[in-house]
Write a protein that binds this ligand. Structure first.
Ligand SMILES: NC(=O)c1ccc[n+]([C@@H]2O[C@H](COP(=O)([O-])OP(=O)(O)OC[C@H]3O[C@@H](n4cnc5c(N)ncnc54)[C@H](O)[C@@H]3O)[C@@H](O)[C@H]2O)c1
Ligand SMILES: [Zn+2]
Ligand SMILES: [Zn+2]
Length: 398
């Protein structure tokens, strides 16, 4: 079958790989109809999240049709149309029982302390073959699949596979009330859907920070107040816009590939250079592509500095083990609440599916590009450099 394969840092290719087969009787094999490219994939290819095993199929967002099932799969049958949530859980351990699926004790083959199991990730996340492919093997299929109501198209549900649950969890971690003022750092697809979820939760004052103009415009079109961090210091701007208090809640939807502004001081630049070296010791840029962010902790620093005293920071942008910079002293002295984590995708179904069915949210406008799987590598390159309009790419597989 065809799949997008991680060859090396800065090197991906569409290749023929062997099709998956049932390994355990709780498995299902899905014939993927639509997949997608995520900001997380970019961290992996840039080398900012290290540890990818060459040969791993990339991708953790997909919908498709069940092609075969093991004898221990009881909730689904061959032919069912399904969403495949990005993270893998057993459904039965002490964490899964509390719906904390990203910390499942049993799904990561490296053991209960190895981290979140997900498709198309680094070696220590499984590795499980990913979903930018014609087929995927889904372990514990009864837990890790969600049936698609007949009247919904792939485009209406593909963003439920990862980024809507992720954005929703960011808002949950921030514990927002309608009276909160909320700043969302990062206007990529995750930041955009966080703004959408905040609106649904009744939040009136939302600030969206980025420097990519068309992404800021997209956030503004949803009703957020855009702040371009290249033009203004976002900390000062947020203070000015909140009566010198700072927003009560801040969401980091940027992660480890954060950029520093061109106006940052020489001293800050030097610190960031060291940080980049630590988080991404191996890089392999190709022209403008696959360059790790220039300020790994920049968005987080701004979050800590700008949030109101006793406020909450919700970190949904991805950071890996090598990320070791956090303004712990500032956070302590402001009595902050800091919550974070990988998404417990399964916990947010069926509620988010209900939102789609009830037309509380329409996910289709958040898709900017639809390309065939055969053109995935090229699409990655446009998305990687945040080219104008390249907001969210879905891959048409069959
Ligand atoms: N925790 C989870 O389970 C989970 C799931 C999915 C995605 N994610 C993470 O969410 C993050 C966002 O994903 P995405 O697909 O939207 O990625 P993306 O790369 O498309 O978007 C990131 C945005 O942040 C902006 N940015 C860069 N530096 C910034 C700064 N200093 N301040 C403000 N904005 C800045 C970029 O210009 C870009 O628009 C990534 O880290 C991704 O890995 C986490
Ligand atoms: Zn994703
Ligand atoms: Zn479990």
């Amino acid at each position: 079958m065809k799949a997008v394969v991680f060859k090396n840092i800065g090197q991906i290719a569409l290749e023929d790989v062997s099709s998956p087969t049932i390994k355990e009787q709780k498995d299902a094999i899905i014939a993927i109809t639509t997949s997608a490219i995520c900001g997380t994939d970019l961290h992996l290819v840039r080398g900012a999240v290290a540890g990818m095993k060459p040969g791993t199929v990339l991708g953790h967002e997909a919908v498709g049709v069940i092609k075969s099932i093991g004898t221990d799969v009881h909730m689904f049958k061959v032919g069912d149309r399904v969403i495949v949530p990005s993270t893998i859980a057993c459904g039965r351990c002490q964490y899964c029982e509390q719906k904390l699926y990203a910390q499942c004790d049993n799904s990561n083959p490296h053991g209960p302390h190895a981290g979140t199991a997900f498709y198309g990730g680094p070696a220590d996340s499984g590795p499980f073959q990913g979903m930018q492919a014609e087929q995927v093997r889904v372990p514990f299929a009864d837990v890790n699949l969600v049936k698609i109501p007949d009247n919904l198209t792939d485009e209406q549900v593909i963003l439920l596979s990862d980024i809507l649950p992720t954005s929703y969890m960011a808002v949950e971690l921030a514990d927002v009330k309608p009276s909160d003022t909320v700043a969302v750092f990062g206007c990529g697809p995750v930041g955009q859907l966080a703004v959408a979820c905040l609106k649904i939760k009744g939040v009136k004052k939302i600030f969206a920070i980025d420097r990519v103009v068309d992404r800021l415009e997209q956030a503004a079109s949803q009703g957020a107040h855009p702040i371009n961090f290249e033009q203004v210091d976002p900390v000062k701007e947020l203070m000015a816009l909140t009566n010198n208090n700072g927003p009560s809640k801040v969401i980091d939807a940027v992660g480890v590939d954060a950029e520093k502004p061109s106006w940052c001081t020489k001293e800050e630049s030097k610190q960031f250079e060291e940080e980049v070296h630590n988080v991404a010791p191996r890089t392999n840029p190709d022209g403008k592509n696959w360059i790790p962010g220039s300020g790994p902790s920049q968005a987080l620093n701004w979050a800590v500095k700008s949030v109101a005293k006793c406020g909450t920071i919700s970190i949904i942008g991805v950071y890996a083990d090598e990320s070791r910079s956090f303004l712990i002293g500032d956070a302590m002295n402001k009595n902050l609440v800091v919550r974070m984590g990988n998404c417990n995708h399964r916990a947010y179904f069926p509620q988010l599916l209900e939102w789609v069915l009830q037309k509380k949210i329409n996910l289709v406008p958040f898709i900017s590009h639809r390309v065939p799987l055969s053109a995935a590598v090229n699409a990655y390159k446009h998305f990687d450099v945040r080219e104008k309009g390249w907001h969210k790419v879905i891959l048409k597989v069959s």
